[in-house]
Design a protein around this ligand. Structure first.
Ligand SMILES: Nc1ncnc2c1ncn2[C@@H]1O[C@H](COP(=O)(O)OP(=O)(O)OP(=O)(O)O)[C@@H](O)[C@H]1O
Ligand SMILES: [Mg+2]
Length: 249
C-alpha cells in the first residue's frame, strides 16, 4: 500500500525567550496541494516554516511530516559563491552519493527547464542577475525531486514579469510532479494564484491563524481576472482588513 504523504501541524506554539511568537497553529497539507501562509511582516511566518522544515526545534505541539523527502528555497537565494551555476544546483545530489557525471547531467537538464541557458552554466553567483540567482535556487531545490517543497517568499524581490514567469513555472512543476508546497508570502494575489488553501496569520498579540480561504479551481485555469476578483473579495473581508491593518477610505 502506498504511504499517505501529508504534513500535519497540531497545536503548535513557539517563543523566542520570553517573546511569544506563535500560538496554537493547526493545519494539514496534503499531497499535490499548495498551502500558503500570508500575513504582515514579523507575524512568525518564517518561524513557522522553519519549525515545519525541522530547521528549528519544536517546543510545543506536534508536527508530523510523512512526505518522502523535502527541500526548500528561501527569499534570498543563498548560493555558494565559490561554485558555478551547475555545481550550485547539483550540490545536494553530492550528499546523496550520486556520481559527478550524473549530477551534472541532472543539474543541466533542470537548469534548462528553469530558463537558464548553456552560456550561464559556468558562471559564478556574482555574475548572475537577481532573477537568475532565484532560478538557480529554485532549480537546486527541484533537482532533489522533493515531494514537499518549502518556499519562503521566493519571488518577493523580483519584478512583476519575472515573478509571473516563475509562478507559472511553479504551477507547471506542481502538476508535473504532483508536488506539495508550503508557501510563505505577504502577497495576497500571489497566494490566490498559487494556493489550494490560504491561512491568514495575524501578528498581534501573538501569531495565530485568524481565517482560512480555499480555492478549488485548478491553478492552470486561474487567469488574471480570477486573481483580481478574488483579491477584491479578500480585501473587503474584515479579518483581512484587521490583520493587515488596512485603512478604509
Ligand atoms: N532566532 C530568533 N531569535 C529571536 N527572535 C526571533 C528569531 N527569529 C525570529 N524572531 C522574532 O520572531 C518574530 C517573527 O519573525 P519571523 O521571521 O518568523 O516573521 P515573518 O512573519 O517571517 O516576517 P517577514 O514577513 O518580515 O519575513 C519577529 O519578532 C522576530 O524578531
Ligand atoms: Mg519571513
Amino acid at each position: 500500500m502506498e504511504r499517505l504523504e501529508e504534513l500535519l501541524v497540531q497545536n503548535v506554539s513557539h517563543s523566542f525567550g520570553f517573546d511569544d511568537i506563535l500560538k496554537d497553529i493547526n493545519f494539514k497539507l496534503e499531497k499535490g496541494k499548495v498551502l500558503s501562509i500570508v500575513g504582515p511582516s514579523g507575524g512568525g511566518k518564517t518561524t513557522l516554516l522553519h519549525l515545519c522544515a525541522n530547521l528549528l526545534d519544536l517546543e510545543t505541539g506536534k508536527i508530523k511530516n510523512s512526505f518522502k523527502n523535502s527541500s526548500y528555497a528561501f527569499q534570498e537565494p543563498r548560493l555558494l559563491p565559490w561554485k558555478n551555476v551547475i555545481d550550485n544546483i547539483s550540490f545536494g545530489l553530492k550528499a546523496k552519493g550520486i556520481k559527478k557525471f550524473k549530477r551534472d547531467e541532472e543539474a543541466k537538464q533542470i537548469a534548462l527547464e528553469f530558463g537558464l541557458e548553456e552560456d550561464d552554466f559556468e558562471k559564478f553567483p556574482k555574475d548572475l542577475s537577481g532573477g537568475m540567482k532565484q532560478r538557480v535556487s529554485f532549480a537546486r531545490a527541484m533537482v532533489l525531486k522533493p515531494s514537499l517543497l518549502f518556499l519562503d517568499e521566493p519571488f518577493s524581490a523580483l519584478d512583476i514579469g519575472l515573478k509571473k514567469e516563475l509562478q507559472s513555472l511553479l504551477i507547471k512543476t506542481i502538476k508535473k510532479y504532483n508536488l506539495s508546497v508550503l508557501f510563505i508570502t505577504h502577497d495576497l494575489m500571489e497566494a490566490i494564484k498559487l494556493s489550494n488553501e490560504v491561512l491568514v496569520l495575524k501578528a498581534n498579540p501573538v501569531g495565530h491563524i485568524v481565517t482560512t480561504f480555499k480555492y478549488d479551481l485548478s491553478q492552470e485555469f486561474r487567469d488574471d481576472k480570477f486573481v483580481y476578483e478574488e483579491t477584491v473579495k479578500l480585501l473587503s473581508d474584515e479579518k483581512i482588513i484587521d490583520t493587515f491593518e488596512l485603512e478604509l477610505k
